[in-house]
Design a protein around this ligand. Structure first.
Ligand code: RB5
Length: 143
């Protein structure tokens, strides 16, 4: 089963816990890098922890949750080897795995309800990269 590393800031704390419970129930191995409460904190700290763990191969996929998912995605995409995608719908979650081989999912807890967020998460973790030559070529052009 896939290893997944997950992190959040205060805005994403409650949703992160729902995602962890859901993915554990599904049998995934989860590493939670924090934060550990709804006390105000700095999302770049957790974005970097998750992004570096994915880039180092410590987990196949990462998940980051903040208020909008925007700050998390901006920071995570600065780490070489990370392709972070902010998703607010299931189509995007599937497409970004198939086309972009995204390895970090970013979610906004203040913009996406928990029911939809779990569906997006399932779509992201269950969809393999297409391995199509055109997508491999395009991804190789990112850097
Ligand atoms: C925190 O207030 C908020 O800025 C953060 O959760 C996130 O939305 C940043 O992009």
């Amino acid at each position: 089963m896939k290893k997944i590393v997950i992190g959040c800031d205060h805005g994403g704390f409650d949703l992160k816990n729902e995602i962890i419970a859901h993915l554990k129930e599904r049998g995934f191995s989860i590493t939670d890098v924090g934060c550990d409460s709804t006390a105000s904190c700095d999302y770049p700290v957790y974005a970097k922890k998750v992004a570096k763990a994915v880039a180092a191969g410590e987990a196949e996929l990462g998940i980051l949750v903040c208020g909008t998912g925007i700050g998390m995605s901006m920071v995570a995409n600065k780490v070489p080897g990370v392709r972070a995608a902010l998703c607010a719908d299931c189509f995007s979650a599937q497409a970004t795995r198939e086309h972009n081989n995204a390895n970090v999912l970013c979610l906004g807890a203040r913009t996406t309800g928990p029911g939809l967020a779990l569906m997006i998460t399932d779509k992201f973790v269950d969809t393999p990269f297409s391995n199509d030559e055109r997508h491999i070529r395009r991804i190789s052009m990112y850097n």
